[in-house]
Every structure is written in C-alpha cells, then in structure tokens.
Design a protein around this ligand. Structure first.
Ligand code: MSP
Length: 512
C-alpha cells in the first residue's frame, strides 16, 4: 500500500466571508491529515478558493469592485481562517493563479483534441448561486419563483452559444467504474443517490459560458469562458503541477486518496469530475466522501436567511479545540448536525474538562506529591494494568481501518471508552491507599501516565493544540508523535522529569 495520502477540501467561493459549514469541511479534512501524518504517511493536504464564474462576478459588481481585487480580499479571509482553525494544510490554491489557469487550459485542450467537446447552443435553467445547470424536471415554482428542487436556489433562463462535454457517452463507463470501485462514493446513501442519477441517463453538459467574462478563456475561442465547475475541479490536479505528469507531486499524490466534500456538491465530484478525467485519460480520485450539513437550528445556513453561524465568534468565546472537538464528536459523520450553545458547553464541561483535563491534572498532582514530578519506576504489570493498557494494541488495526473508511464516530467512541476506563482505573486502584506498597503505587502512576499518553496521541488529530500541551509533559513534540506507539506499554522512561500543565479546559458555568 502506498504511503502517500492526498486529501482535499472543496475550494470555497470567496463570495462572502467563511461560515461554520466551511470550517466544518476544513476541520474534518485536517483531522484526517493529522492522523495520517502521525501514522507515518506522506500527506498532502489541499484547500483553497474557487474564484471564477458568474456568482463571484456578480458579488464583486454589487460592491462595485474589480473581481480580482474582490477575490484577493475575501480569499485572504479564508486563508486567515485556515490559520485560526489550526489547519495543517500543505498548500492553499486560488483558481486565479497562473499555475491553475495553465492546468485548466491544458485539460480543456486535451478534451477538445479528443473530440469530447463540441460547440452548440444551451437553452435551459441555470442557478448562479449553485453555478449549476438544471433540467426542467429539477425545477419547481415556489412563491411565483422558479427554484431548483435540489438546492432551493433561484434559477434563471439562459440561452447562449456554448461548448458541450459529451457526458452522455460516459454514462456506461461511469457505471462500470462505480461497480469496480464500490467504495468510490461514501457514505453508502450518497452512492445510491449518484447511481440512480447516472442510471436515469446523462445529458451532455454545457462547459462554457459566453454572456460574462470572469473566468478562464476557452483557449481556442476567447468569446467563451470555461464553466466554473470544470475550472474548479481541476484545482485538485493543478496543485500537483499537472500537466507536468513527471512532477514528483503529481506522481506521488495523484490519484487523490480522498476528496472530502459537502453532500450538496456530490454530483459535480462523483459524476462530472471522474467523467472529465476518464475522457482525458487521467485516473479518477480514489474516494469522494459527501458529509452532511451543519445546520443553524433546523435549516441550512445561508446569507438570505440571515442565520449564518460564525466560527470566529464561537472560537473567541469557547476556544478552537472545543469547537473542533464538538464538530468531530458531536456531529454524526455523514449526517447533518447542528451546534447549540448547551451541547457545546456540555461537551466542554463533561468530556474535555472533567473526563480528560481532570484525569491529566489528577495524575500529575498525585505524582508531584508522591514522586517529585518524575515518571516512576514500574514493577510487573498486574492483570488489571494489562487490561486497560492492551486495549490500544488489540484495537490498533481497527482504529486504522476506521480512519481509512472515514468512520470517525467509531474512532471517537473508542477514545471516550478509554477515557472512561482510565478514570475508572485510577479510582479503582486507589493509589492514595498504597503508600505502604511503593512498587504498586509507582506502577499505578506509570500505567496512568501511559494511558494519558496513548489517549492524548489519539486526541491529537482532534484537538492538536491541547494534545501538544499534554504530550509536552512527556517531552514528546509534534514531529515525534508516532501513532504506532499507542501499542507500547512501556514507552515512558522511568526517572524522566515531567512538567506541570495549566488547566487545559476551563469549565463553563451553566444554569443547571
Ligand atoms: N466552490 C464550490 C466547491 C468547488 S470544489 C472543486 C463550493 N463552494 S462553497 O463555498 O459553496 O461550499 C464549499 C463547501 O462547504 C461545500 O462542501 C459545502 O457542502 C460546504 N458547506 C457549505 N455550507 C455548509 C453547511 N452549512 N454545512 C456543512 N457544509 C456546508 O461549493
């Protein structure tokens, strides 16, 4: 199995400042990237902004701004957010960059040369908000307005000369591809959605627009700009220096391991993107995972509804790691989820402050009083010691499988079970009653430190900043974290000094 792991977030429209939905995609991708790094993989983690098309052009016009200057400003807020969210991305791509434009023009030329693209006329519905073409049966009337049944966004009638991609021709090859790669689309429910869409018949896809200019020009016909989705999807290879197929990045990381996306953009990723690639004789990515939405109350966030959740506000109030923890643990991955103040505060108080923070503080304070802030020397492990310690080893392969199958929920529940077990171990073993059995007193401490170390390594992809503070106690810094070491039961060297830490998570005063 290759040791290279390439994960991407969708590239975000810089039409308005980032919201919680964007933060969610990015945090989940960061979780996988960090896990794979500590597992020893060579990780490329890409995020960025999707800057062309009518949606952006109109947003810039509304502000009376040149579209590039407009994009420069908002793209920067996305880049800043990636720092605020502590993302470990390798690159941040903007579709207005030369490297990307070059890559898109090249892909277009190949498709044209292979006669996969032809000139005709489009007449039909278009949603600028989704940058998507919709057929008559995907449209409905709501309050006298035509909207997409799928997204609810307003559509407008478009009639113009357009280049078409021969998508219809790829229906059968796509179905064959899905059959041969049963895990290409996850979760299963989304895969079924895509299969039934493709089985119902594919029409050729309009891939250029003529009535506005903000985009990458069709190389052979400057009156047209390339359809923004063909432009945007190509970011995943332009960041690897495609078309230079001999470039190390391209050679090492394509096909991508995982395109992480929201469920609303599944069709573009699971149908159009592999079709473009197959037509250009490029391998499709290995997996598309369509996650659910973060709802505000019960609704999707949108500017028009005025219900946008701002990640920065939550981070300013509660801190970054609690938000990351909440989104990863509390939202059942693959499904929709929402954020409520009560649930977030409960997570902080019970999981982070009580179960995790307290365990660390208790064991360190006990050690300070009894062993002078030093890893004590252990005696032989008892059965109860081995029981708590060995769970990590016996579940090691399962844990890696959870991550490789994007089963975040099982990964998190394992951590919670171990946290519970570690707290129970410390309580049940009552080291404070073992003052006359120094060997046992030391061994209980040793085991407790080992448990903290193992749990903290597992928490690192979720709450990196806090985990690093704890690992520092043991002198483990970020580039020394090795996931494999959760299998070791005697990793810590006795007599090494440990340091104290400040309170990791402050408890929030609640009314109940
Ligand atoms: N620019 C396109 C993606 C191109 S990828 C080649 C786009 N941008 S977006 O900014 O509208 O959305 C980016 C991602 O954020 C999508 O995966 C979308 O599903 C996700 N989210 C937007 N709102 C969301 C929520 N409320 N909740 C969770 N994710 C949602 O689409």
């Amino acid at each position: 199995m290759s040791n290279n792991y390439y994960i991407t977030t969708p590239i975000y429209y810089p039409s308005a400042k980032p919201h919680m939905g964007h933060a969610y995609s990015s945090i989940i991708a960061d979780f996988f990237a960090r896990f794979k790094r500590i597992q020893g993989c060579n990780v490329f983690f890409l995020t960025g902004t999707d800057e062309h098309g009518q949606k952006i052009q109109r947003a810039a016009e509304k502000k009376n701004m040149d579209p590039l200057i407009f994009c420069d400003e908002i793209s920067k807020t996305f880049k800043d957010l990636s720092k605020t969210l502590n993302l470990s991305n390798t690159d941040f791509i903007r579709t207005t960059e030369t490297r990307h434009k070059k890559s898109v023009s090249n892909l277009w030329n190949i498709l044209e040369k292979k006669k996969e693209i032809y000139l005709s006329k489009y007449s039909g519905w278009y949603s600028v908000s989704d940058e998507a073409f919709y057929s008559e049966d995907e449209i409905e009337n709501v309050d006298g307005k035509k909207v997409s049944k799928l997204s609810g966004s307003a559509v407008e009638w478009v009639e113009e000369e357009s280049y078409f991609f021969k998508l219809s021709k790829w229906q059968k090859p796509l179905l064959k591809f899905y059959e041969e790669n049963p895990d290409f689309i996850l979760p299963e429910s989304r895969k079924n959605e895509v299969l039934s869409f493709v089985k119902s018949g594919l029409k050729d896809l309009s891939v250029s627009r003529k009535s506005f200019s903000w985009g990458i020009k069709v190389p052979s016909n400057k009156d047209h700009v390339i359809y923004v989705w063909l432009d945007a999807l190509t970011n995943y290879i332009s960041a690897l220096n495609y078309p230079d197929e001999n470039d190390d990045l391209y050679k090492n990381f394509w096909p991508a391991t995982l395109h992480l996306i929201g469920k609303d953009i599944l069709r573009f990723h699971a149908v159009y993107w592999p079709a473009f690639l197959l037509a250009a004789n490029i391998k499709p990515p290995k997996r598309i995972y369509g996650h659910g939405w973060i709802l505000s109350g019960d609704e999707k966030m949108s500017k028009s509804k005025g219900n946008i959740l701002d990640p920065i506000e939550i981070i300013n109030t509660y801190g970054l790691d609690p938000l990351r923890y909440y989104l990863i643990k509390e939202v059942s991955f693959g499904n929709d989820g929402n954020i409520s103040k009560e649930k977030l505060e409960n997570c902080i108080n019970s999981d982070l402050a009580n179960n995790y923070g307290n365990l660390c503080q208790r064991v360190i304070s006990f050690n300070e009083k009894n062993s002078n802030l030093e890893i004590p020397k252990k005696d032989n492990f008892t059965e109860s010691d081995l029981k708590v310690l060995n769970t990590f080893k016996s579940n090691y392969d399962n844990l890696i499988n959870y991550i490789d199958n994007q089963n975040i929920n099982s990964y998190v529940s394992f951590i919670l079970d171990q946290l519970f077990a570690a707290n129970k171990y410390f309580n049940d073993e009552e080291p404070w009653n073992k003052k006359d059995d120094v060997n046992r007193l030391n061994t209980i401490q040793y085991v407790s430190f080992e448990l903290i170390r193992k749990i903290t390594i597992m928490l690192y992809p979720i709450i990196p900043e806090s985990s690093l503070k704890v690992l520092k106690i043991f002198g483990i810094n970020e580039n020394k974290i090795d996931f494999k070491s959760i299998k070791d039961n005697d990793y810590l060297k006795s007599k090494t000094k440990i340091s104290k830490i400040n309170i990791l998570f402050k408890k929030i005063e609640t009314n109940d």
